[in-house]
Design a protein around this ligand. Structure first.
Ligand code: THU
Length: 160
C-alpha cells in the first residue's frame, strides 16, 4: 500500500489587499448576485468572468421549479462568455453569494459541477483560470481550478 497526499495551496486576502482589477472583478460578482433568480433556495450567487481582452461577463444562479433545470452562477457566466466571445480565453472568475442581502462571511466554494466546467474552460483555452472566492472575512485565491479539483477528468483521460 502506498499513500498519496494531495495538497492545495490557497491564498487568503483581505479586500483591501487586492489590486484594482481584482477588486473590479469581485465587485462585479457581488453586483451580479442582484440578478440571481433564487425563489427556492434564497441563496443568491453571482459570478464575474474576466476575458483575456479584459472584457467582464457576469452571471447569476437561475432556478427552476424542476430543481435540476436551474443553473449555477458560474456556469451561467462561463457559458455566456464562451458563447458570446468564443475566441477569447477566460483568465479569471470571481464568485460571491448572499442570503437575505448579506454576503457570506466564508468564501463561497463552487459546486463540483462548476469546478468541472471551469476545468473544461482551462482545457479549451489551454491556460489556467484564476479563481477568486469572495467572503466578507476573506477572499480565497488560487491560480487554477486544479487546486480545488485534484485528480482531474479531462478529454485526454479517455485516450489512455
Ligand atoms: N449555486 C451556485 O450558483 N453556485 C455554486 O457554486 C453553488 C450553488 C446555486 C445553485 C442554486 O440556485 C443555489 O445556489 C442553491 O444550491
Amino acid at each position: 500500500m502506498k499513500e498519496m497526499i494531495l495538497q492545495s495551496k490557497i491564498l487568503v486576502y483581505a479586500y483591501e489587499e487586492l489590486n484594482e482589477k481584482e477588486r473590479e472583478l469581485i465587485d462585479a460578482a457581488k453586483a451580479a448576485t442582484q440578478s440571481s433568480y433564487a425563489p427556492y433556495s434564497k441563496f443568491c450567487v453571482g459570478a464575474a468572468v474576466r476575458l483575456a481582452d479584459d472584457t467582464i461577463v457576469t452571471g447569476s444562479n437561475q432556478e427552476n421549479a424542476a430543481f435540476p433545470s436551474g443553473l449555477c452562477a458560474e456556469r451561467t457566466a462561463l457559458f455566456y462568455a464562451n458563447a458570446s466571445h468564443p475566441e477569447t480565453a477566460v483568465t479569471d472568475i470571481a464568485i460571491a453569494a448572499a442570503v437575505h442581502g448579506q454576503f457570506l462571511s466564508s468564501p463561497i466554494p463552487p459546486c463540483g459541477a462548476c469546478r468541472q466546467v471551469i476545468l473544461g474552460v482551462e482545457e479549451r483555452y489551454n491556460q489556467p483560470v484564476r479563481i477568486m472566492l469572495y467572503g466578507t472575512d476573506g477572499i480565497y485565491i488560487t491560480d487554477s481550478i486544479k487546486v480545488l479539483l485534484p485528480l482531474q477528468f479531462v478529454g485526454n483521460t479517455m485516450k489512455q
